[in-house]
Design a protein around this ligand. Structure first.
Ligand SMILES: [Zn+2]
Length: 657
């Protein structure tokens, strides 16, 4: 080798070195992220703080606010920028359960497995009384406009129907359930006002000073085909197969995404016409009012699941409407409810309970917050790649898998990028939402305030690259959906292809703009690239989702660490890409759903007539205006051509590049 050649090579190396330093390959970054997360993970420590120290984190509660203050302080310590709480208007008081005891004191003595129903009042000190079973006539399933407000979803459906293996197991005589007494069918006729009035008259003398057991004991079927912790490889490896989530184009695909969360709302009759007679919600409302007026102490409902699982996931109407008041209300574990119910109804032996429920409402909680923090970008710093998850939980436990997990993964992803000092051209922003459990309200408010919608975009709409969201428990990501054209999914797929060794398969484009399920759909709803991960289920739908067992112990650390690395690499790839994630062009953007972001249907079931008023972007078309026919799938376009309303040309940020 000549001297001249050596010099030339050195010159060449020097010339290309800065370019390499600016843009290391994704494989190189992937290696760095894996090493860093292996030697210095903070993920489980963060999860411990958020769950053990600060849980539960109900929207508007002091518990959530304390957790948010912790999050802000810790992100600042880790060197994140622009860390702050961002207010939005929940329009409801905050609520927190402080103290709860329930014991059977006669004829047997037993501590009882109970949880307080969110947004119901306390008992004003200990109360004691006999159990009275109240079983008002119920309208046929599906009648009317609302269910029992959050009682749905029991049974832990997994979405997408049975697998061939499950079907085979059920059809195999050896695994068939033993013969059981026939279930007595409920009378399938509408409930008239006269029916209800006569029932209430029949119990009027019994309810004063009583603990009301509301509804029959739920006979939980044996589960002969327990759900696996991981779905089989085939179900993930097929493109567009099970596990899609987040506004999938068809109802069937959307149902496959989440599973088990069904039954959130009642519905109209099967033919779509309003059913005759009272709805279940109207029956419940009238009975509640009657029980309060006639001096009942506490209302107890069977949690309806085996092994003491209590899914506390009802707002119970926030207790604000004087025409729809609540009694102090508890959900009781199926086994305790069953013992007492049988003793009262079969043996006619009075069972006396002593109960103390201390709940507080917080008017100051009317203003609630999202937590936001950033890692500022370089030459494209005004463009933003976001990730996040909801920080709020229900109150039955500490909300570990739903969804301290998603927030922990998101924050850990930013911390990894910050710690490794990875270069990124765009700003990377994490958001920890509140109000998700009541209807995605925190993220909907944030999207409305910052971005507007495809139909009415704010300047920031053109600068939001994508939003990554994890909210399906503790399993690792196995697939994802991205709102927008196939090119948008392809950009995310390019990053996620680095995780084939961890079992990640497909990124699918989705065009659904309905809100529902989780916060990525709030972005989809606005026509923005929301990315929702599909995860291995673990015991999310069977044991932890919204239940008294959603604790730190149910977090599976290896999968959560993988998720953090995967989010970090995707954020890095998007933040350094030459172009932002493309959207549907203005001509091919799917029409916005009717009503408030399509949330009307979901909200009807959640609150049973108590839909919160939140600052939701008005996406509905004017009366009488039908959306134009739109081609499907959409055609990719950069942000500037993706919205019908253009910004002033000089400052249109989407056109800058
Ligand atoms: Zn969640």
């Amino acid at each position: 080798m000549t001297l001249r050649l050596t010099c030339t090579l050195t010159a060449c190396s020097l010339a290309i070195l800065p370019a390499l330093a600016q843009a290391p390959s994704l494989a190189n970054i992937n290696t760095q992220l894996r090493e860093q997360e292996t030697k210095d993970s903070q993920l489980m420590w963060w999860l411990h703080e958020v769950t053990d120290v600060y849980g539960p984190r109900v929207t508007g509660s002091p518990g959530l606010r304390a957790a948010q203050d912790f999050a802000v302080g810790q992100m600042v310590k880790w060197g994140f920028s622009n860390v702050h709480l961002e207010a939005w208007n929940f329009n409801h008081p905050g609520w927190q359960n402080w103290d709860l005891q329930a014991n059977a004191i006669s004829p047997f003595q037993q501590p009882l497995n109970v949880r307080a129903v969110a947004w119901t009042p306390g008992s004003n000190g200990p109360v004691q009384g006999p159990v009275v079973v109240v079983e008002p006539p119920q309208p046929p399933a599906g009648a009317g406009r609302g269910g029992r407000g959050g009682g749905g979803g029991f049974g832990g459906g997994r979405g997408g129907g049975l697998t061939p293996e499950e079907l085979a197991a059920i059809q195999n005589p050896g695994s068939a359930p033993p013969p059981m007494p026939p279930v007595v069918a409920r009378e399938n006729k509408p409930v008239t006002q006269a029916d209800l009035d006569s029932y209430l008259a029949s119990i009027k003398d019994k309810v004063r000073g009583a603990v009301i057991f509301y509804g029959p004991h739920v006979q939980v079927a044996e589960n002969f085909v327990p759900a696996p912790l991981r779905r089989d490889e085939n179900s993930w490896s097929q493109p567009g197969g099970r596990g899609r989530r987040g506004g999938a184009p068809t109802a069937a695909a959307a149902a496959g995404g989440r599973g088990g969360r069904g039954g959130r709302g009642g519905a109209t009759a099967a033919d779509g016409a309003p059913a005759e007679g009272l709805t279940a919600a109207e029956v419940a409302q009238q009975v509640n009012k009657f029980l309060i007026e006639n001096g009942a102490l506490v209302k107890v409902t069977d949690a309806g699941r085996a092994y003491g699982v209590i899914a506390q996931q009802s707002s119970a109407g926030y207790n604000e409407n004087p025409n729809n008041p609540n009694l102090p209300s508890l959900l009781m574990g199926n086994e305790d409810y069953g013992r007492i119910y049988r003793t009262v109804t079969i043996d006619h032996i009075p069972v006396v309970l002593r109960i103390n429920i201390h709940n507080e409402f917080y008017p100051t909680g009317r203003t609630v917050y999202n937590v936001v923090g950033e890692l500022p970008g370089s030459d494209k710093a005004d463009e933003v790649v976001m990730n996040g998850g909801h920080f709020d939980s229900w109150n039955a436990a500490t909300g570990a898998t739903d969804n301290a997990a998603g927030g922990a993964v998101a924050v850990e992803a930013l911390r990894l990028i910050q710690t490794l000092n990875l270069p990124h051209r765009r700003t990377i922003r994490v958001a920890l939402w509140s109000g998700e459990e009541e209807g995605l309200y925190g993220s909907i408010a944030y999207v409305a305030q910052h971005f507007g919608s495809a139909e009415n975009p704010k300047p920031e709409w053109f600068r939001l690259d994508a939003y990554l969201n994890l909210d399906d428990g503790t399993g690792k990501p196995r697939g994802a959906s991205v709102f927008g054209p196939p090119e948008a999914a392809a950009m995310v797929q390019t990053a996620m292809d680095n995780f084939k060794d961890w079992g990640f398969y497909h990124v699918n484009p989705t065009l659904g703009r309905q809100t529902g399920g989780t916060d990525s759909t709030s972005f989809n709803n606005a026509g923005l690239p929301g990315v929702g991960y599909s995860q291995d289920p673990f015991d999310y739908n069977t044991y932890t989702h919204h239940t008294n067992f959603d604790t730190y112990e149910r977090i599976y650390e290896p999968d959560m660490r993988e998720a953090a690395i995967e989010e970090a690499l995707t954020l890095y790839a998007l933040a350094n890409a030459d172009q932002m994630v493309p959207r549907c062009s203005a001509a091919t953007m799917p029409a916005p759903p009717a009503g408030r972001g399509g949330g009307g249907r979901a909200a009807g079931g959640r609150g049973a007539g108590n839909v919160p008023v939140t600052p939701v972007a008005p996406f509905s078309l004017p009366p009488g205006v039908n959306p134009p026919e739109r081609p499907n799938p959409c055609t990719a376009a950069p942000p500037a051509q993706a919205a019908p309303v253009s910004l002033p040309t000089a400052s249109a940020p989407g056109q800058r590049r």
